[in-house]
Design a protein around this ligand. Structure first.
Ligand code: ATP
Ligand code: LTN
Length: 333
């Protein structure tokens, strides 16, 4: 990898499959950034256990998520893609950053508030301090940019504050990262309730499109999408359902909102929904074909895990050593 390129880092929760929201909000961007930047990506499997996981299922989900991310176009000749739990520096730096983060700051995190309400029987300390682990994920690699969807903006802001605080207390140690949030894919909304984000943990499967949904399922889900009664395809305030579908269509085809309005002038929502469904199904076809090839090759996947963890650790080790020296730890000779 070239030394003078700026570095990009991002991670995904290894939930086994991804939604169209994950794809347009994050993964598609991961792929696009590979030529211009030195990219480091990972499966956030340490984060995954902030909610209870069944061990065999977690293992399977990590394999699937990794294979699917590769299938979306991550090229291991250009980028690193590793498993967070295989690089121990993440846990090490997270502990240290815990001690430079205030209780009050963590209490304000909306993802913590949402998830602790959702899993009221298991509001564990990991769920609370998880933004410090996320900060460690980013700061370990001295990342300049972090491509994420809008829901991660608050965590990025906290990461910047932690980095600036640490740099100020000692001397410049961490690169202060910037979020890279796409214009239209940043917040893909639920097809059933366009006021909330599309989420794979939504109990209503018609509310989200999974990257592994077959074409008929995709088209059926778009046909059922909630819209409004105006019956005019235009991007406007108060038309959450149509705005969301236009955003998705724009992400899938590269067309602008004006071009989409023109294309569907005088046509009804039925035609529009069908076109969105078909465009999305076409986007997913090559990803699914590639995924089906990769997921059956466990030996290849395991080789990728090992090689990429080693590459990641080489970068992460340097940062941890620097941090330990600054904090005042005696280094092993
Ligand atoms: P859940 O929906 O179950 O809460 P998640 O999909 O938000 O989980 P991740 O898989 O970790 O969790 O998300 C990976 C990336 O996808 C993040 O960068 C996140 O910002 C982005 N993302 C998630 N949902 C959406 C969405 N609806 N629109 C745009 N981006 C999204
Ligand atoms: N918190 C993120 C996943 C995540 C991440 C990161 C994203 C973990 N570590 C580092 C960007 C950078 C989520 O819930 N989507």
């Amino acid at each position: 990898m070239e030394e003078n390129k700026k570095r990009v880092l991002s991670m995904l929760q290894p939930t086994g499959t991804f939604t169209l929201g994950n794809y347009f909000g994050a993964i598609k961007n991961f792929v696009a950034l590979q030529d211009e930047y030195e990219c480091v990506y990972a499966m956030a499997d340490l984060h995954a256990i902030t909610v209870r996981q069944e061990p065999a299922k977690l293992r399977e989900n990590v394999l699937k998520s990794y294979a699917l991310t590769l299938a979306c176009g991550i090229d291991l000749n250009k980028s690193i893609l590793f498993l967070q739990s295989q690089v121990p520096e993440h846990s090490q730096l997270a502990w240290i950053l815990n001690c430079y983060t205030q209780f009050g700051e963590l209490s304000r995190m909306t993802q913590f508030k949402d998830k602790s309400a959702k899993h009221a029987d298991n509001v564990n300390a990991g769920l609370f301090t998880y933004p410090c682990l996320m900060a460690a994920d980013i700061l370990l690699y001295q990342a300049d940019y972090v491509p994420v969807g809008e829901d991660q903006k608050q965590h990025l802001e906290l990461t910047r504050n932690i980095a600036e605080r640490f740099n100020g207390l000692y001397s410049p140690t961490f690169t202060v990262p910037e979020a890279l949030i796409p214009k239209y894919g940043a917040r893909i909304r639920s097809l059933q309730d366009p006021t909330s984000k599309m989420s794979k943990s939504d109990p209503n499967v018609n509310s989200f499109v999974s990257l592994l949904d077959d074409p008929d399922t995709v088209i059926r889900k778009f046909k059922r999408a909630v819209t409004d009664s105006e019956a005019v395809v235009r991007y406007a305030e108060g038309k959450d359902g149509i705005n969301n579908l236009m955003g998705i269509y724009s992400c899938a085809t590269g067309k602008t909102m004006e071009e989409i309005e023109k294309e569907f002038e005088g046509k009804g929502y039925g035609d529009f929904k069908l076109a969105v469904g078909e465009a999305v199904a076409d986007t997913l076809k090559p990803i699914q074909a590639e995924y089906n090839k990769i997921i059956t090759d466990k030996a290849y996947l395991e080789k990728c895990f090992a090689e990429n963890a080693m590459k990641a650790e080489k970068i992460a080790r340097k940062t941890v050593s620097k941090v330990m020296r600054k904090v005042g730890y005696i280094q092993m000779k």
